[in-house]
Design a protein around this ligand. Structure first.
Ligand SMILES: Nc1ncnc2c1ncn2[C@@H]1O[C@H](COP(=O)(O)OP(=O)(O)OP(=O)(O)O)[C@@H](O)[C@H]1O
Length: 257
């Protein structure tokens, strides 16, 4: 049984059907990338996985537990497992980086501030931000904000990490760093779903690729080299700045993964 099994998700905005019977599945520790044209429903689909987007119909299996995504209680259940990193980071501007990381664990999860700060400092160290704990988000570069946002999500200890364009603000060197981090997290068992326009990152990093078109899942590629596997996916990637057969960021999982 897959760790995540999402089926038949329908989202409506007014009379428009933004998602139409969309679904995919993923094993624990896989990195899934949603790709597709602008407006195809990628971000909307991502948001449904954590209950931020009301759905008209849909079902999500998480670790064998079936959640009716249209039920009012579904958001609470989904948030027990998942954390999301928004494209615009969503950091609290008046709080230090450290407090951004410890706020939810201490206030919502009721963890002790000392423990949360200890964990937050270790995460900042891992992300190369050890010297930024006491600064405000405004004093960070875009790439640093991105990594703080990822660190903040990790503080919630999610088993499912959702990322909207995780590398969009990063220079190539940092793209690779974030890619290595995501690969490490996946190897530790975290399932990761990202929306990305960065085709080189998608082809290097993905264990599965879900191609969305007009609110529907057009194709799903699975396994090593999945970018090049299916003509629809390869064609989309090759016409959107990537090379489906390449591993330009040097991040592709090893064959035993
Ligand atoms: N709150 C909303 N109200 C009305 N329409 C919406 C709303 N949110 C999204 N949509 C519509 O749903 C469709 C899918 O949007 P979504 O942001 O999910 O696409 P996307 O594939 O992530 O696009 P992009 O690659 O440009 O970020 C678009 O046509 C968008 O206009």
């Amino acid at each position: 049984m897959p760790y995540i099994d999402v089926r038949d998700v329908c989202v409506r905005h007014g009379k428009n059907e933004t998602l139409r019977q969309a679904g995919f599945d993923a094993e624990r520790g896989e990195i899934v990338s949603f790709i597709g044209p602008s407006g195809s429903g990628k971000t909307t689909f991502l948001r449904t996985l954590i209950g931020l987007q009301p759905v008209w119909r849909g079902q999500m299996g998480v670790d064998g537990r079936i959640v009716d995504m249209a039920a009012p209680a579904s958001a609470r259940i989904l948030r027990e497992q998942a954390a999301i990193v928004f494209q615009q980071y969503g950091l609290f501007g008046h709080m230090s980086v450290l407090r951004n990381l410890t706020l939810a664990p201490t206030v919502v999860a009721k963890r002790s501030r000392r423990d949360a700060e200890h964990e937050a400092r270790a995460l900042l160290e891992r992300l190369g931000l050890a010297n930024k704990a006491d600064v405000l988000p405004a004093d960070l570069s875009g790439g640093q904000k991105q990594r703080v946002a990822i660190a903040r999500a990790l503080m919630l200890r999610p088993t499912l990490l959702l990322l909207d364009e995780p590398t969009s603000a990063l220079d190539p060197h940092k793209v690779r760093d974030v890619g290595v981090l995501l690969r490490d997290l996946a190897q530790d068992g975290m399932t990761i779903v990202q929306v990305s326009h960065a085709m080189n990152v998608v082809s290097s990093l993905s264990d599965r690729i879900v191609l969305l078109e007009d609110g529907q899942v057009r194709a799903v590629g699975k396994g090593r080299g999945c970018a090049a596997q299916l003509p629809d996916i390869a064609a989309f990637m090759n016409t959107h700045g990537g090379d489906a057969a390449a591993d330009p960021a040097g991040l592709r999982p090893d064959p035993d993964h």
